[in-house]
Write a protein that binds this ligand. Structure first.
Ligand SMILES: [Ca+2]
Length: 479
């Protein structure tokens, strides 16, 4: 899908005219006040119980605590899949990953598959609405040129193309070929500019994404901007700088969460410094249930695997001072596939001209009075369904289990034997859903030939070199 960028001067002229006709100019002039800046923070593998607003007492997250107290806690926020690639594909397109061929395994270096360029992403919609768009962190929707963020609506990209464990430090090698991994490239826009050489570079991945995002926000202060911040943290392998490990009392698992909190604080501080808080919507969440070492709080499960709540329900906070009331919390269901249609509604953009699965949940996200979830039914891919507080899920038992989430959010007591009619009804609804998607699938992108972006690191700087950081000894996660 191709978009022609409208000259910003023309946009400004039109907006100034509209503002003169109707509304007072915005306070800072950073946006027109109707197209707020949007920052979407997507943590990798953080669990439902890992941060203060969701009950963590082990991890110190003062910036997220403050963000939540100034905004809205979404207690029933769901991802669409339990792994990186499908979850990101669903977020970016507002569509179930299995409808667009992005389900199943995550993408590996030099893979032929990627997010189909014919799909419409959040970035393309916002770019079409006059936004400056940038992604900083981990892409993981294809590492070949055809799948680059720059081909999917982003003006800028800085980060890594896939997961941080797909590197030579992973001695198990490539999951499928068992070959050693090629060096992990660091990309700026469409060029490899460095590589992740070792644990020290790994320990800078969070900070590097934040640095790049802040630079972009400052440079884009005169136009509405969309920042997508898919952090490589807290995905394993986990390394942190010594002072961050010390602050977390030696626990690297705590330290990576706390470093995420530092980065959120830096982003919010930047918005405050630019006097842009009242013109910026920030959403914080995670791409799937927590990996090993993370906490799901009261929920069952974690990254990957079955579709218990801990696999798919993630921490989420929405923040927009002056628009989202402070100290809010909601139990209305929102999912990552709702973000695209919600943001399209927010900025007055058209939806894609093909079917999507997400629904407009803007009223819930902005905590409007009496806002309700647009989902009467919630699907956990083709393996689970929730209606009200009843949840049917293909469980560890190998058959469908029934839980009453109102009294059993930890999914400990299977009630399927006591409610056979309800089980039958929910199974039929789930089967209908699965059949509809199977009948209307679109294909992933697929290139004929693909190869890793770099096969050796010769001549490339290390990540810390391009960041201007001296050599140091990081602290690894104790396994
Ligand atoms: Ca993940």
């Amino acid at each position: 899908m191709q978009f022609t960028r409208v000259p910003y001067s023309l946009v400004v002229a039109l907006l100034l005219q509209a503002a003169a006709d109707a509304e007072p100019a915005s306070k800072s002039g950073i946006t027109d006040g109707e197209r707020p800046n949007i920052v979407f923070i997507f943590i990798d593998d953080m669990g439902y119980g890992d941060i203060g607003p969701f009950g963590s007492t082990a991890n110190k997250t003062p910036h997220l605590d403050q963000m939540a107290s100034e905004g809205l806690i979404l207690r029933q926020f769901y991802v669409s899949n339990t792994n990186c690639t499908p979850s990101r594909a669903a977020l970016m397109t507002g569509t179930y990953a299995h409808r667009i061929g992005m389900d199943g395994d995550v993408l590996f270096p030099g893979g032929r598959r990627g997010l189909n360029p014919d799909e419409t992403t959040i970035a393309e919609i916002l770019k079409g609405a006059g936004y400056a768009t940038g992604v900083f962190g981990k892409w993981h929707l294809g590492d070949q040129a055809q799948y680059s963020p720059l081909e999917h609506g982003f003006d800028q990209f800085f980060g890594i193309p896939y997961s941080n464990d797909m590197w030579p430090g992973n001695l198990r090698g490539h999951r499928h070929t068992k070959e050693p991994y090629t060096p992990l490239p660091v990309i700026r826009n469409d060029r490899v500019v460095a590589y992740v050489a070792d644990g020290a570079d790994q320990s800078l991945l969070c900070e590097a994404a934040t640095d790049a995002a802040i630079e972009f926000i400052r440079a884009s202060r005169d136009e509405p901007f969309f920042v997508y911040l898919p952090y490589p943290y807290v995905h394993r392998p986990r390394y942190v700088r010594r002072e961050i490990a010390d602050r977390a009392r030696g626990s690297v698992n705590r330290a990576v969460v706390e470093e995420v909190d530092d980065s959120v604080g830096r982003v919010l501080h930047t918005l405050r410094a630019l006097d842009a808080t009242e013109e910026t919507l920030v959403i914080f969440t995670s791409d799937n249930g927590g990996a090993t070492g993370m906490s799901m709080g009261p929920l069952r499960g974690g990254k990957g695997g079955r579709k218990y709540e801990g696999h798919m329900r993630v921490p989420a906070i929405a923040w927009w001072p002056g628009t989202i009331p402070a100290n809010g919390a909601t139990d209305e269901i929102v999912t990552t596939i709702d973000i695209l249609p919600s943001l399209a509604a927010l900025v007055g953009a058209d939806l894609p001209d093909h079917a999507i699965d997400g629904k407009n949940a803007l009223a819930v996200l902005l905590d409007k009075p009496n806002a309700h979830s647009p989902h009467k039914l919630l699907f956990y891919e083709d393996e689970g369904i929730r209606r009200g507080d009843w949840k049917l899920v293909l469980g560890d038992s190998g058959s469908f289990e029934l839980y009453d989430l109102a009294v059993d959010s930890g999914e400990t007591t299977d009630l399927s034997a006591a409610h056979p009619a309800l089980v039958k009804e929910l199974r039929a609804l789930l089967a209908d859903h699965a059949a509809e998607i199977a009948a209307n699938r679109r294909t992933a992108g697929r290139v004929n030939t693909a190869r890793p972006l770099i096969v050796e690191s010769g001549g490339l700087p290390k990540l810390r070199d391009v960041m201007g950081v001296d050599d140091f000894e990081p602290v690894p996660e104790r396994r």
